[in-house]
Design a protein around this ligand. Structure first.
Ligand SMILES: CC(C)(COP(=O)(O)OP(=O)(O)OC[C@H]1O[C@@H](n2cnc3c(N)ncnc32)[C@H](O)[C@@H]1OP(=O)(O)O)[C@@H](O)C(=O)NCCC(=O)NCCS
Length: 243
């Protein structure tokens, strides 16, 4: 499948020539006329996608497809326990894009969680976001991220955070367009040595300055060097996918 097909341009030219058989001594016929009609149609060649929320009753179908999709961009796949950690507790914050015309229907996924952060704000966390390579650049990740954000807003989230590799320009651009701000740079955040940005989306007035009661680092957290990464279990396998 071509992810960025050039819109089909169908051009129809209809020529009607009026050839008059002039029979002398009839009066001279009018000059031949040519009528040209051009029709331009833009055809969307992408099959429509279906966006669905994760359903625990279909775990056996969804989780293997999700793992296959996400592991494509990782040096090592996440263990099944990582998926279960998120999906068993926050399955309602996971959304998938399906292309029913394909055998491997899942073409995009976002996995998130939401919980109080150190006694402070109710913090959402986007843990994984991936779109199948040949489907990229069509707004699928933007739509999935928006669905997760909306679901967190419905559940009264104060802020949403995530980390992404500093070289992942597609992800950074995508999130910044959704309103996320760079809050810190996490030096050598991934076990493969790559650094990350922590991005944050504040959903309520004053959340950025909200104090957390259980934060052992206090103000030092903003330096980045002492920052405790979000769920460490995500990096247990040394992957540097930028999740
Ligand atoms: C990052 C990723 C999820 C984007 O998926 P996508 O469906 O292509 O994203 P969208 O089509 O919604 O693109 C949204 C915006 O991202 C930016 N973007 C997307 N692909 C880009 C690319 N290759 N280079 C630069 N910017 C890009 C663009 O600004 C785009 O909007 P625009 O085309 O209207 O300007 C996808 O590339 C992917 O799965 N990457 C591997 C996994 C990953 O890195 N996940 C993110 C971890 S935080």
């Amino acid at each position: 499948m071509n992810p960025n097909p050039t819109p089909a341009l169908s051009s129809t030219a209809t020529t009607t020539a009026a050839a008059a058989a002039a029979a002398a001594p009839a009066p001279a016929p009018p000059p031949p006329t040519t009528t040209t009609t051009t029709t331009t149609t833009t055809t969307n060649t992408h099959p429509p996608l279906r966006y669905v929320r994760y359903d625990g009753a279909r775990e056996d179908e969804y989780v293997p497809a999700m793992r296959q999709l996400i592991s494509k961009d990782l040096s090592e796949p996440y263990s099944i326990y990582v998926y279960r950690y998120f999906l068993y507790q926050w399955g309602d914050l996971c959304f998938m894009a399906m292309d029913d015309s394909q055998q491997q229907r899942m073409v995009g996924v976002v996995v998130s969680k939401l919980e109080p952060h150190r006694g402070g704000p109710l913090r959402g966390y986007i843990a994984m976001l991936a779109v199948k390579e040949e489907y990229r650049g069509r707004g699928i990740a933007t739509k999935l991220a928006r669905m997760a954000i909306d679901a967190m807003i419905e559940r009264d989230a104060d802020e949403i955070v995530l980390e992404t590799e500093i070289t992942n320009t597609a992800a950074i651009k995508l999130y910044e367009r959704l309103g996320f701000l760079r809050s810190k740079r996490l030096h050598r955040y991934y076990l493969n040595g790559n650094s990350a940005y922590r991005l944050v989306l504040y959903l309520k007035e004053g959340v950025g300055s909200m104090r957390t009661t259980l934060d052992p680092y206090g103000a030092a957290e903003m330096t980045g060097a002492l920052a405790a990464p979000e769920p460490a279990l995500l990096h247990e396998n040394g992957s540097g996918g930028g999740w």
